[in-house]
Design a protein around this ligand. Sequence first.
Ligand SMILES: [Zn+2]
Length: 189
Amino acid sequence: MAAALGLSPSGSNPVWVRVPPPILNTMKKALPILPLTDKDHHRFWKKVQKRRWNQCWIWIGKKSRYGLFYLSGGGYVGAHRASYTIATGHDPGEMQVCHTCDNPLCVNPRHLWLGTDLDNIADMDKKGRRINKGATGEKNVHAKLTQKQVNRIRYLRDTKNYTYYKLAGMFDVSFVTIHHIVTGKTWRT
Ligand SMILES: [Zn+2]
């Protein structure tokens, strides 16, 4: 949901309200990215300035705010979305592909993640789940994080791109919780 100038439901004074982004939600559906051929992959990577594995890889082809990749079937998609699809084999469909690096032109798949992760966390917060010291793992009904999120935290930490503090902010838990998850004190799998 993006903030946009709109009319409040009850009056005629313009106020800032949250409205769905029209391009994503009403004007058209996300173009299917798959299938991609070897030729498409080749075409894609020719437009990418690759650097070290953990640095931002910059799209040097056509762009607006994001890089734009032309599908052989016609139409442009976000280059970061195409990169996510190439890396995972999964088309993001209606989901958002987000950047951990906040660099819209970056297409390094290690810096990309599906928007649904955040939705999950927001959902967890809404339900008021908290870490309970008495139990370990997902069996603890008060656990704030799911096993999937814990795996994700460990994976991100393994990439060495994330400090404990950054992960704590991303998952809205404490530094100590992240430390325990990474060192296996709270979560055992
Ligand atoms: Zn990046």
